[in-house]
Design a protein around this ligand. Structure first.
Ligand code: ATP
Length: 145
């Protein structure tokens, strides 16, 4: 069966590479699904969850904005940060969310509202990915807005 070569790249590293049956990414216009053989594409991404499915396996990645490109039959996801579910430190994300909420409540000179809101969105996406990757039944709902 046809598979889509995928590379998830951040300024720090190749976060993941392999072949997938489908990829779903958080585009600005909404969730964007990409299958093998997709026409060339360039789309901007917001913070959110990317899902790379290979057979029965679904890999979840927390993405903090970037671009997805399909060219020459290959998909590349360029992200500012990207973490696989198993790499996420949920406690760190909880603390980041708390800090961001505090900064939004009592603005400080060193953190703009925009920065704090973006930090909160990153943290909530990380918590959502950590939660979604837990076994069913052990999940609790994490709201991202
Ligand atoms: P923090 O305040 O906890 O650093 P942040 O949102 O400011 O969070 P980023 O600037 O988005 O962090 O990311 C910096 C680096 O740390 C990136 O390599 C990112 O993948 C990693 N990272 C951030 N938060 C987490 C987390 N909760 N678990 C694992 N890696 C993380």
């Amino acid at each position: 069966m046809n598979r889509l070569p995928l590379r998830v790249v951040t300024p720090e590293k190749i976060a993941w590479e392999g072949y997938v049956d489908s990829l779903t990414v958080p585009a600005w216009e909404g969730s964007l699904g990409i299958l093998p053989g997709h026409a060339p594409l360039l789309a901007q991404l917001r913070e959110g969850v990317a899902r790379a499915r290979s057979g029965d396996e679904e890999r979840l990645l927390a993405i903090s904005g970037g671009f997805v490109e399909v060219f020459d039959g290959k998909a590349s996801l360029f992200a500012e940060t990207a973490e696989l579910a198993e790499e996420i430190d949920a406690e760190r994300a909880r603390q980041a969310a708390e800090r961001a909420k505090k900064a939004l409540k009592s603005p400080a000179a060193d953190v703009s509202d925009e920065q704090a809101a973006a930090a909160l969105r990153r943290a909530m996406v990380r918590l959502r990915v950590a939660e979604l990757s837990r076994p069913r039944g052990a999940r609790k709902e994490v709201r991202t807005s």
